[in-house]
Each structure stands twice: as C-alpha cells, then as structure tokens.
Ligand binder design. Structure first.
Ligand code: ARG
Ligand code: ZN
Length: 879
C-alpha cells in the first residue's frame, strides 16, 4: 500500500497526556497506557471514529472513560484498533502484552543482549501500545518502568526522574516525566545492568546539566571521546545557532544491536555502540570522527527535530537534512573544513548520486512511499543537507542565521513542513525561494555544462551554463533548478581576477556566487585582461554534475594554484578520472595500459610539498574509488575499472616510491614517539602514513613488508594497526596475512566492534576467492546475522566495497546476497531492505550481469511473505 503526501490530513484527535507503565519480564512485557485525549478543534466538531495504530499487540483490556469495553465496542485488525468516542474529551486506558524478548526486527521495544531498549522512529511506537503514531500528535509523557532489580538496576526514560521505589518481590520501579510535548517516535525506554560515565555542562544561561553515558561495564573506558564530543557540540550549538539545552539531564545509552547509527529520543539518545564507543586501542581515527559527528548530530536534533518536529514523514529531511548540515558545520569547525567537505562530497557523489540515478530515486521531500523506513536515505539526509547548504550559500552566513533563528522561534513546539523552513528563511531575508524549492520536489542529479568564450578585443569573458536533469521514476520532465555556482577566474599566474558582470558599476571581490536558474543562461564578465581559467562550483556549491572542458594541463594548473582548497582537490580528482578512464578504454580494447605521466608529476609535487596539510596530501593521493568510477560510467565494466585502478596504483607506487617511503617513515616515526591523541593534526599524520603504506606495499619489497609488520605489531592504536592489517590482507604474502589475521582475532575476540573491523577488512579484499572467504567467515563464532553491525561489516562490506568479487561473472555473489536478504527479511526487514541496494543497481552493468541480478531480485520477490520494506525495494527496482 502506497501513502501519498497529497493525502495528508491533520489528526481527528489529539493526545494531551500519555501515561505509560511498563512491567518488564523475561517472557513478556505488559504495557499500560492512559491517553488523555480530545477532539482536534481544527478538524470540526463531529465525533468521527478514533483509529489507533497498533501492531503485534495482544490486547488485554481497554477502557473508555472508566467503561470497560467489550469485543463488540471496538474493531480490531492487525494494524488498527477503532472505537467510537462519545464526547469531545475522554480518556483511554489500555493494557497490552508484547514480546520484546523475541523481537528480532529491533523496532519498538526489544532486547539487545541483556538489556531492554526501544527504537520508535519512524513507526515503532505502534508495536508498544495502541496510539496515534504520527509525528503531528504531540503529547506530554510520564513513564513508569518496573523490572527485576538484580538484572535491571538501571531504569531510564525521557525527561527527568521523578520517583522510584522497590517492590517486595525483588522488583523495583522508576517514574520519569518529560515536560516537553513530543511525538511518540521520540519516546524511549532503557532497562539494564548499565554503568555510566558522568559529567556536567553549564549552559549559556548558567544552568547546570548532568551528562551521562550509559554502557555495559566492559565499555566504561570507551566513553570519554563521546563525552568530550558532546560537550563541544553543546557549546557549539549555543555559539553557532543560539540553541541551548532544555532539560536538567542528558543521557546517551550504547546498545549493541541497533538498525541505524543512533536515535535522538528526547533527553535519552540511544546509540549503536559503534557510534559512541571509541578509544585509541580499539577504534580508528575515522571511527573517532564518526562518533564525534553522530553524538553532535543526535544532540543537535534536540532543536532541529524535537523542539521543532516534522508534521508527517514526507518532511523527514526537514529535520535530517538540516541536522546533517548542522553536524557537518560542527565537524568542519572541530577539524579541517576542507577535508570535511572533501569527504562529504566524495560520499555524496559516490552513493547519493547512484541512488538518484537508480530505481529508488526520490526527491528530498518524497511524495509517496510504501514503507517509511526505506526513506532514511542518502537523498533525504545528504542531499537534504546540500539543499540547506545551498540556502546558506545564497543568503550568506548572516542571512541564514537570521532565518534559522526565526524558524526556531516561530515553530518551537510545533510539527511543521519543509515549506515552513523555507518560509522562515524567506521572511527573515525578504527573498523569494519559490523556484529554489524545486530541490525539494524534483529527484535526480542535474548536469551543469559550462562553456566559456573570451573576447580579447572587448576584454570580456562569457560563461554559458546549460542545466538538464535526467528523468527519474514518476518524473519524466524537470523544471530548471536554482544552482548556486561559486566561482573565481584565475589569470596565468593563478591570481584571482576582480569580478564585474556587464552592467555592474564596480567589481565586487574576486569570487562570487552566481545563481543559475534557467535551462540555458550566460553571464559576461568585463575588464578581463587575459584569457582566464575559471574555478567553478567552489566548495561544491551545488549537488550537480559539472562539466567544463578542462585540459589535463589546466587541471594540473588548478591543482597548484586554485585558492579554493576543495577545488584544488577536485582538479586532482578530475585529472585522475580522465587518466583512469583512458586506462579503462585501453584495457577494454585489449591494448597495453599506459599511464599518463602527468598524474605522476601532479602527485609527486603534492607529496613533496611540505607546506600542505597532511590530510590534504592524503586526500589528493587517494584515487577516485571504484564505486565512483562505476557511478560515472554509462555501462560499468567492473573488471576493467578494477584492473585500470590497480594498474595506476602500481605505477604510482613505483614512480613515487622514494617520496612515499620518506613520508611514511617520518610519520611512522612521529607516531612511535608520541602517545595517541584524537586531534585533526594527528588524524592527518596517520592518514598520510597509511595511504603511503598502502601504495608502498604494492612494490612487494621486503623492507615494506617488514615495515607493515612492525606497524602492525607495535602500533598503540587501531588506526595504524588496522591499516597495517589491511595491507597485509590485500598483499600476496600469505604467511604474514594469516599470522596477522590470527593474532588480531585472538587479541580482540571479545570486543565485537573490533571484530567488525576484522570482518570488513577481509570482506573488502579484492583478491580472487572473495565470496568463498565471506561464506567461511559467516561460520566464524564472532559472526551472527542477528546483529546489524555484523551484517554490515561482512555482507554489506562485501557487496558494496568488493566490486571485483561481488560482480564475479557467474552471478554467485548475487545469489549469495539474495539468500541473505531472504533470510533477513524474516528477521529484520529494515536491514534486509538496506542490504538489497547493490542488486537494485542492475541497470549499470552489462546485459549478462543485468540478467543475473534481475533473476535474483525476482527470486526474492517470490520467496515467500515479504515485508513491506523488502517488497517496496524489490518491486520498484524491477519496475
Ligand atoms: N533519526 C535518527 C537519526 O538521527 C535515525 C532513525 C532511523 N530510524 C529508522 N527506522 N530508519 O538520523
Ligand atoms: Zn538524524
């Protein structure tokens, strides 16, 4: 069944108060709910039937205003309970029995290991009790939790703790009250034997907030980084957005079994343990940065999501796009802004662009869905953040802040839409963003083709822009977007020229933003003394596919001279793409591959430039990934892409051995001499060291093998240790590889998050036999298909990162993935639907692979009773 945005109606009834009591037991949980309700005055005066959501609930009793209802007083099906109120104000009391102990979907109330926890977004609360489970129904919650005291000494819910007590049967209870009205998707409950790390934060108005991170006792030593990140995020939100925390306590709980990264439940964020636990010995730098970003993201939701929430789930990007944008700003400020931007853009272009070109393509604000869980996507999150970023680019930082202040002030306590967000931006700045809003409604990635014509006589440069957006499912034709193009013009020395458009009185600086808003449009700059080289779309100012006919020499010039750090990197990437595509062509034609030496020269000068931020050097040395090369291919030849990229890496390794070896040794030496710190400078040093090692290892020289083994054995941190393990795993040194893997597994067998990395390194290894290795690893005692992190680490890493093996030409890997999806469909539909993504991209490959992939999708389709999650993805990708 498909739900449409155009069918939205405000709720017939409201729930002013929600009083919940949970009796947690090993074999069942009883949930008593008292709902203080009234007719929604905005919907008129009659009394329509009350339709409560509820799934997988065993109804024990239900009362309407103290009247016990019998089976003939209500209608019950597997999704709803319908009854007839007889007055405009009334109270519903219900009791249901549920089974968290056997809930493998990890939605609603479930058990992760020995603890009880919840995940209610988007529609999990209906698996807890009968309710109006929609975000525009906001209620004041009080929650009492009762459980065995020994097993569950800690009982948590949203808001502030009010009272607690003991029963004489070994049980105890606690009551929590959340003073802020909220939708049910922000409800949370946790019960378990948890320990906590505590700290304090003084807000800008001098209120004291208690901060607590709850974990299982063995993880107490892995919380400090998350705690530090949280305090930085709280301060940053005050400074950057004027947002202050509003409760007396803020809690984070780490759970091992979790479908996503984390969840922003009011005052009680629940996290995938992978998104909160981090210490040097067990988590990489990348993991540390991910923890910092997710802790901030969930914290920022307190305003962008909780205080101001979504009217309906079509508006999901209202909170997610905005909050991703906010966390990106935070991470940029805490680390290197240019490196953060490069990472985000590379991620967007590889994964979101692929989604936007595939069968599940949808706009940032989708207009229809079957299963909302399928719409927690790269488009809603990452492209949604780009849309907010473009608003900021168009309005300027100050105008944007005015707009966000107005948005928060105007809509505090409300459930609103993306239109309301844009309206606040418009009203605060006196601008019209009507055409801009097409970014919310039109799917697909626009192409932006730029041409330039220099008139030496008139000293003018005319830039011509042509935009076109390919059709996407349900949207054959697209109207022109507003595309902010941040640009500069460089002279022959690489200096920026003053920019004055024809008709303007004076130049306004040397870089500026043009708002391209027609299908075809030109801009003429005057007083341009010589033919300049344009630096276009600086900082990736819009999520488009830009093309400009740069020569390789011009790209090398931009790499050296562009004052925009992002565009320096981008020029290097474009150069590498051109060179790699040439190699791919040679390979396909059966010609010998010959690497354009300009790429060697370009990377050599980067490596030898001691003035560059080492993180930038590492980014510049990273060739575009296989997934990106697949995305930009018309028909992706996976084998040729892999062969060409490996060939280029080997050639570079050989030609640049000396400078790489120098950089490697200097950085490794620095690592040996200093203790681990999670700072941008140290991240940068280790990332350059590790990418250098991965190149060096391709030489297969004994001194490099020795260096890798030394780093593996002696490293005091996971970043170096795992990188060394990865180069061993990807090397031909069978003995060293086997030894490394065994040592690692032995050392970390009791740490599930570290074992996830051990699985991933092997799942991603492109050497032949990948499927067989993955099949064998699924039998490893540390693997379980019931844990989403394990599924992602092994099955997900194989299908999404190991292109050479996943696309083996007999289709066996497709078959393997389909088997896992069929199994997961019964256990955990959300995870099943997500693991499917690689198969949905079948249109990208040759006809023989297309047929093999489609056959597996069809096999899934008829494999038995499909969840709405899996059904939606499979049926749409076959349509
Ligand atoms: N709102 C969470 C976040 O911070 C994600 C929740 C995802 N839930 C789901 N059912 N997919 O992004
Ligand atoms: Zn979020």
């Amino acid at each position: 069944r498909t739900i449409y945005l155009k069918d939205y109606q405000a709720p017939d009834y409201l729930i002013d108060e929600t009083h919940l009591t949970f009796e947690l037991h090993e074999d069942r949980t009883l949930v008593h709910a008292q709902l203080v309700m009234r007719r929604n005055p905005a919907r008129g005066s009659g009394l329509p039937p009350l339709v409560l959501d509820g799934q997988q609930l065993e109804l024990l009793s239900i009362r309407l205003n103290d009247r016990e209802l019998g089976a003939h007083d209500y209608l019950l099906d597997d999704r709803h309970l319908t009854l007839q109120p007889d007055s405009a104000e009334f109270v519903i009391d219900s009791s249901v029995c549920i089974h968290p102990e056997s809930n493998t979907a990890l939605e609603g109330l479930y058990k992760s290991g020995k603890m009880f926890c919840t995940q209610c977004e988007a529609e999990g609360f209906r698996k807890i009790t009968y309710y109006l489970d929609r975000p525009d129904v906001m209620s004041k919650f009080t929650t009492t939790v009762s459980a065995d005291r020994q097993r569950y000494p800690v009982l948590l819910s949203n808001g502030n703790p009010i009272t607690s007590g003991s029963e004489d049967n070994g049980r105890h209870w606690a009551t929590w009250e959340d003073p802020f009205r909220k939708p049910a998707y922000l409800f949370a409950l946790v019960a378990g034997d948890l320990w906590c790390v505590e700290d304090q934060f003084t807000t800008m108005s001098q209120r004291e907030v208690a901060l607590r991170i709850y974990v299982e006792p063995e993880n107490l030593d892995k919380c400090q980084h998350a705690m530090d990140s949280l305090k930085r995020a709280m301060r940053w939100d005050e400074e950057a957005y004027g947002r202050e925390y509003d409760l007396d306590i803020f809690m984070i709980v780490a759970v091992n079994d979790f479908n996503m990264g984390a969840m922003e439940n009011k005052g009680l964020n629940i996290f995938n343990s992978s998104a909160v636990l981090a210490k040097a010995e067990t988590a990489t730098d990348a993991a540390h940065q991910r923890v910092e970003a997710i802790v901030a993201h969930e914290y920022f939701h307190n305003w962008s999501g909780n205080r101001v929430t979504c009217r309906d789930w079509f508006q999901l990007s209202l909170k997610e796009g905005f909050t991703v944008f906010r966390d990106a700003g935070f991470s940029a400020d805490m680390n290197s802004p240019t490196v953060k931007r490069i990472e985000d853009v590379a991620y967007l272009r590889t994964h979101q662009f692929a989604e936007d070109a595939g069968p599940m393509a949808h706009s940032v604000r989708p207009d229809a869905y079957m299963e909302i869980s399928n719409f927690y996507t790269l488009t809603v999150y990452e492209k949604g953040a780009e849309v907010v970023r473009m608003i900021q680019t168009l309005l300027g930082a100050e105008g944007f802040r005015k707009g966000s202040d107005l948005y928060f002030q105007r809509h505090d306590g409300q459930a609103v839409t993306c239109d309301d967000f844009v309206k606040a931006m418009e009203d605060a700045n006196g601008v019209d963003l009507a055409q801009f809003k097409r970014w919310y409604s039109q799917a697909g990635t626009p192409r932006l083709e730029v041409g330039s014509a220099y008139d030496a006589e008139a000293k003018t440069l005319t830039l011509t822009f042509r935009q076109l957006c390919p059709p996407s499912p349900g949207q054959a034709h697209k109207e022109p977007f507003v595309i902010p193009v941040d640009l500069a013009l460089l002279d022959g020395q690489g200096r920026e020229l003053p920019l004055r458009l024809a008709g303007e009185a004076a130049a306004s600086g040397t870089s500026r933003v043009l708002a391209v808003n027609e299908a075809e449009q030109s801009f003429t700059f005057v007083d341009i003394p010589e033919q300049p080289l344009p630096s276009l779309l600086r900082g990736f100012s819009a999520p488009v596919k830009l093309s400009f006919p740069y020569s390789r020499d011009q790209l090398m010039f931009l790499m050296q001279h562009d004052s925009d750090g992002f565009n320096r990197w981008e020029a290097g990437q474009q150069l590498a793409v051109q060179v790699l595509q040439e190699l791919i062509g040679q390979r396909q034609r059966g010609e010998p591959m010959v690497l354009d030496r300009r790429l060697v020269a370009a990377l050599k000068s980067v490596l030898e430039n001691d003035g560059l931020d080492q993180a930038m050097v590492a980014e510049m040395l990273s060739l575009p990934g296989e997934a990106y090369l697949i995305e930009i291919s018309e028909v992706a030849d996976v084998d040729a892409i892999h062969a060409a990229r490996e060939f280029a890496r080997r050639e570079l390794a050989e030609a640049l051995f000396e400078p790489l070896w120098q950089r490697y040794q200097a950085n490794r030496q620095a690592s040996r001499q200093s203790a681990y710190v999670a700072t941008a400078e140290h991240f940068a040093r280790r990332s350059l060291q590790n990418i250098a090692l991965s190149y060096l290892m391709l030489s297969e020289k004994p001194e490099v093998l020795e260096a890798a083994q030394e780093q593996y054995r002696e490293a005091d941190n996971m970043t170096e240790r795992l990188a060394a393990l990865a180069v061993l795993v990807n090397s031909p040194f069978e003995e060293a590889k086997a030894e490394g893997l065994a040592l690692f597994a032995d050392r970390f067998k009791d740490d599930p998050l570290v074992m996830d990395q051990w699985f991933s390194v092997q799942a991603g290894c492109p050497l032949p036999g990948g499927l067989e290795r993955v099949r064998a690893l699924m039998q490893h005692p540390a693997f379980t298909i019931k844990n989403p992190n394990k599924v992602r680490a092994l099955i997900g890493a194989f299908a999404n990162q190991n292109h050479a093996n996943f696309h083996r030409d007999d289709g066996e890997s497709y078959r393997f993935l389909a088997d896992q999806v069929i199994m997961l469909n019964a256990l955990n539909p959300q995870i099943a639907a997500r693991q499917l993504a690689p198969l949905t991209r079948w249109r990208k490959y040759d006809l023989s692979r297309q047929a093999l992939m489609k056959a597996e999708l069809e096999r899934i389709l008829v494999s038995g009773s499909l969840s709405s999650d899996v059904y939606e993805v499979v049926s749409k990708s076959l349509a």
